[in-house]
Design a protein. Sequence first.
Length: 132
Amino acid sequence: VVSLLSLENDKILLFCNQNVQGGISVYDGADNTLAELHPFYEGTFFEAITIDSDNFLFSSSSGLYWYKYSKNSLTPFAADIIDGHLAYDYTTGIVYACSGVTMKALSFPFATLIDSYPLPDNVTELHLVFNK
């Protein structure tokens, strides 16, 4: 299991790797069931984040993807961000993605590059901090 993300009620969205591919599943705590929603044949998951209750982003070995729960659909978001750390700024709608020694700021849902920041070393974790 790479990520467990909250859906609605007693449901959890799971991003899991097995062998050389990933899979998106939903766990329903009300009836204790696990159902696979979408296989991911393009590679393995690295990290996933919640945008809102219907939209999720995940980084993988083949780039950054957007998963829409209500449509059970996958859309490539940024192919150049491989196994990247992710964070989402709910106040501005900006996705921050780090891959290697570069951090990019991207708009959601259009994936427009807002800015790119060179970093002195590889990023091991990404957390947003807000000041008053």
